[in-house]
Design a binder for this molecule. Structure first.
Ligand code: 4NP
Length: 158
């Protein structure tokens, strides 16, 4: 890997999908013994400063990961300078990020599932209005993406 990557995951509320993506990515990076800066943020401001949704916390806990200390924050234009990679969890997040991105922004912006073969161009469904089972689907998707992205970084493709 050339420079130390700095990776940001962005969804709408920053309490369901992007905290799970952050947790899955942290776990994968730790497994591989890599040094990567990692954070998550939201495009909406309803839950600023809040811990992840209890159902997201429970899902992470099932995999031995405590995300109760995460706090929701709003994505900001400077994130495109601070991070090398920004991953949007869904297509609406991607459109909002494209609009927010400063001309000088250096981060590479992409849809998270573009990094999962066969799921290119698709969104991680929002589990907020769904049930606990939906959070298990979210976990599987973000875990798969995290592994592919770390693989890509290790191989110098990302
Ligand atoms: P997230 O889920 O974007 O995956 O964090 C949501 C959380 C909250 C809301 C929408 C989606 N909300 O409308 O408050």
């Amino acid at each position: 890997m050339p420079d130390m990557p700095a990776v940001l995951f962005v969804c709408l509320g920053n309490i369901c999908r992007s905290p799970l993506a952050e947790a899955a990515f942290r776990a994968e990076v730790a497994r591989q013994g890599l040094d990567v800066q990692i954070d998550s943020a939201g495009t909406g401001d309803w839950h600023l400063g809040h811990a992840p949704d209890p159902r997201a916390q429970a899902q992470a806990q099932q995999h031995g990961i405590d995300i109760s200390g995460y706090r929701a924050r709003l994505v900001e234009p400077d994130d495109f300078h601070r991070f090398t990679h920004v991953f949007a969890l869904d297509e609406k997040n991607l459109a909002d990020l494209e609009a927010l991105r400063p001309d000088t922004g250096t981060a590479v912006l992409s849809l998270l599932l573009d990094h999962v073969p066969g799921k290119e161009g698709t969104s991680v469904a929002d589990p907020y209005y769904a049930d606990a089972a939906a959070f298990a689907v979210t976990w599987d998707e973000v875990t798969d993406a995290a592994r592919r992205i770390v693989e890509g970084m290790t191989a110098g493709r990302l």
